[in-house]
Design a binder for this molecule. Structure first.
Ligand code: SF4
Length: 116
């Protein structure tokens, strides 16, 4: 049996997951979204990634960003390395893309989470 915390909502249910012949048996979930979360975690876990990128603006040298969608969990370190290479050279609005596609992440890009 595998235990995990569902991070879909602030309730944070403690899930118990067992592999069965038909797929997975999930208990401890407060709603059906916990079942979908557990099955995704057991097969292809995904995460949104947040961080900061550098800018050319001395008064605002770092800009917080996030991926515009969830990316495979195993790509999180690659996304962090990708962020380290980005330098924002123009003013951007919150939600605006600040990068091209992140390699291997299904078309995900980085978006600003603040306006500069
Ligand atoms: S199982 Fe449902 S209620 Fe529990 S944390 Fe997940 S989404 Fe929230």
């Amino acid at each position: 049996m595998t235990q995990m915390i569902c991070i879909t909502c602030p309730q944070g249910c403690l899930l118990q997951v067992e592999k069965t012949d038909a797929g997975y048996s999930v208990s401890g979930n407060g709603c059906k979204r916990g079942i979908a979360f557990a099955e995704a975690e057991m097969t292809h876990p995904m995460r949104s990634v947040t961080g900061t990128v550098r800018t050319v603006f001395p008064q605002r040298p770092m800009l917080p960003v996030r991926t515009d969608r969830e990316v495979p969990k195993e790509k999180m370190k690659a996304v962090a390395r990708f962020m380290a290479e980005i330098v924002v050279e123009k003013a951007v609005a919150c939600g605006e893309a600040v990068s091209g596609e992140i390699p291997g992440c299904g078309g995900a890009v980085l978006v600003a989470t603040e306006t500069i």
